[in-house]
Design a protein around this ligand. Sequence first.
Ligand code: ACO
Length: 425
Amino acid sequence: MRPVRPVAILGGVRIPFCRQNTAYADVGNLGMSVRTLGALVEKFGLHGQVLGEVAMGAVIKHSSDWNLGREAALSSGLSPLTPGITMQRACGTSLDTINTVAAKIATGQIEAGIGGGSDTTSDVPIVYGKELRRRLLAANAAKDPKGKLAQFRGFGLGELKPEFPGVGEPRTGKSMGEHCEDMAKQWNISRDSQDEWALASHLKLAAAYERGFFDDLVVSFRGVSRDNVLRPDTSLEKLATLKPAFDRNSGRGTLTAGNSTPLTDGAAACLLATDEWAAEHGHEVLCHLRDVHVAAVDFVHGEGLLMAPTVAVPQMLARNGLTLQDFDFYEIHEAFAAQVLCTLRAWESEEYCRTRLGLDQPLGRIDPEKINPNGSSLATGHPFAATGARIVATAAKELKARGGGRCLVSICTAGGMGVVAILER
Ligand SMILES: CC(=O)SCCNC(=O)CCNC(=O)[C@H](O)C(C)(C)COP(=O)(O)OP(=O)(O)OC[C@H]1O[C@@H](n2cnc3c(N)ncnc32)[C@H](O)[C@@H]1OP(=O)(O)O
């Protein structure tokens, strides 16, 4: 490994994010990734060029997607000599693909690369049970029709029952929404504050579209030019009418379809390089990736599933000699409005910061006006593996628009992890 070099973010693109079973229902991860990488190639004039790495990721993926990163790179317009890799860290996936490319750039392994991700909730792998899978594999391997037929001796219709990808944490059986509902109760997060947060996200995203902020960040696909999750027509009155989605019976449920991210399809990717590569190829450096950090919580034994960013952020701040207030704006992934509000409350809590984070004093308050200035996942939607690259592309552009500054990125993930980063210009 050679010494660490600065990692420049040159920009990103994404396709509009779409609700499950709408515009991208028949496209799948490969189609969405190819469109996104193709648009990035177009934007930066990368046709026929060899990059050091294309790291893509997907949480829900078919085996026929093969190595998604390599397959998408091969259809993107890049030189076929560009390698590709596929990764997965739930909702933090594409902040991690970006981190992987960045680490290779920083240590001198490569000069430039792409980090991104894609997810579909519309084209999911639905499989048969183990017994039928065993029979089908054995029949496929049998040499003659008699041998093939023999594998189905004793076959029962019950074996045709399909298995859907699980929506619950394997160790608790609870969905993300049920876990977040527990967190909201533990931290006394009111329904009103969640709805207000959700409404603000929609209004900020709509305003950013109106002022042209996304003109060079979002490329149309399948006739869609804006996230179809966005509801600029929503209001606190409408949000207040929605019924609890995850705790329907206790009378105390506060998470609804309006203050939770919907199931979404989409893809996003960013181009990273050394400063020298950027200059040689005539690209402006939007910002630098100063640090990335990952931490986990013990959600199996009582910690909040989506609380890991509360741990990851102070660890990264300490390493960089920064406080929580040393940022011009914050990009906090809105898995659920309640998740963001629990995180902010934890950072303000003297007891939590002392007992759980081992700090002398609370991390303190962040001005909500500085959080997600262009809206976030509640309004864009959340195709799991695409969210990190969406956030980095948005934050890098925002840093350029401001002429400089520092941004804290925070993403909670399934499996009780938090992936966080610092961007600077
Ligand atoms: C680390 C992480 O990121 S964890 C997060 C991972 N993601 C998840 O877990 C996904 C969570 N979300 C879900 O499971 C689903 O979206 C649910 C359960 C919340 C809601 O699902 P559905 O009930 O199918 O939602 P649907 O889109 O039909 O909305 C329900 C109603 O709310 C309404 N609605 C939704 N959003 C809004 C809004 N912003 N304003 C007004 N009304 C709204 C819809 O119009 C619909 O109304 P209708 O019944 O009159 O048609």
